[in-house]
Write a protein that binds this ligand. Structure first.
Ligand code: PBG
Length: 324
């Protein structure tokens, strides 16, 4: 069946026809919106490196969460800043951390919204690494223990899902065990499983004040030439108890998302990170690209690659665009 009988343009004739056969659809329900919280009250501080993003103190985060929920976005991913940073990042597992207080606030104003918390130490340590330092190196096993404590503190505050983003070996198992021992059997784990050592985290590190003060993250985050380890990381995380696995960043790793989708039967999340977000914003601000078009095309590509869940700073904007 070739031309002239076959004409693919038949199915492209109108918006309705294209929609009918497209095969991939975006919806607000696909999104998770990251939120940043900070200590104090009355704070809604713009994050300079990330257009339209703010640090909210707990008292103001509820209203933001309510808006997110009203857009039919099912979940937020919460990041926090500490009052004080120290070598072990001890504020991460404090019951009075900004994150702990914000969780309770969000649960009050938007009870139907899922709260996912980022579990990592990098914003809490004074050296900016994602774990504790021993003999000049990021120590794996002692870090896992602290991540377990952090996850339990978040669960105690009311988190629905905890999301370890540190890339230590074995942390998912330690966290699952810690949650279960503390009675939080229903708190789910979304593992940042295939998290690559990426230049695209730049704007976020500004926001979280979490750039490493020495060295880089290449001894724990993945080497971006390596697709095989991504599959092993995901398989191990599932074995250790991850309920949802993640590929991060999204756009430069669509192949990894696609492979993960074909291979694993758990929900796959993809994180459209701060650098991807700001590439589009910068180009649109300069007038080089249509913002709305670039946003929808990008998010759709992540969905098409196989992501069931898309974590994106565009969540609110895209949800509003999709409503029209
Ligand atoms: C913390 C963490 C990072 C991001 C999410 N969790 C930064 C990093 O690993 O350096 C990046 C998110 C983004 O760039 O949007 N480990």
């Amino acid at each position: 069946m070739a031309f002239p009988r076959t004409r693919l343009r038949r199915l492209r004739q109108s918006e309705a026809m294209r929609r009918l056969v497209s095969g991939t659809r975006l919806s607000a329900e696909d999104f998770v919106y990251p939120l940043f919280t900070c200590p104090g009250t009355g704070e809604k501080r713009p994050i300079e490196s990330m257009s339209g993003c703010f640090h909210f103190s707990a008292d103001l985060i509820g209203a933001e969460a309510a808006e997110v929920a009203s857009l039919q976005i099912p979940a937020v991913l919460l990041f926090g800043l500490p009052e004080r940073k120290d070598p072990t990042g001890s504020e991460a597992w404090s019951d009075n951390s900004a994150v702990a207080i914000a969780i309770k606030q969000i649960k009050q104003t938007a009870p139907e919204l899922l709260v996912i918390t980022d579990v990592c130490l990098c914003a809490y340590t004074n050296h900016g690494h994602c774990g504790v330092i021993k003999d000049g190196k990021v120590d794996n096993d002692s870090t896992c223990e602290l991540l377990g404590k952090t996850a339990v503190a978040h669960a105690r505050a009311g988190a629905d899902i905890v999301a370890p983003s540190d890339m230590m070996d074995g942390r998912v198992g330690v966290i699952r065990e810690a949650l279960d021992s503390a009675g939080f059997v229903d708190v789910a784990v979304m593992a940042y499983s295939a998290k690559y050592a990426s230049a695209f985290y730049g704007p976020f590190r500004d926001a979280a004040e979490s750039a490493p003060s020495f060295g880089d993250r290449k001894t724990y985050q993945m080497d971006f030439g390596n697709p095989r380890q991504a599959m092993t990381e995901i398989a191990l995380d599932i074995e250790e108890g991850a309920d949802i696995v993640m590929v991060k960043p999204a756009l430069p790793y669509l192949d990894i998302i696609c492979r993960a989708k074909q291979r694993f039967d758990v929900p796959i999340a993809a994180y459209n990170v701060s650098g991807e977000f700001m590439c589009i914003n910068a180009a649109a601000d300069a007038g080089y690209m249509d913002r709305q078009g670039a946003i929808l095309e990008t998010l759709l590509s992540v969905k098409r690659a196989g992501a069931d869940i898309i974590i994106t700073y565009f969540a609110k904007t895209a949800a509003k665009m999709l409503r029209k």
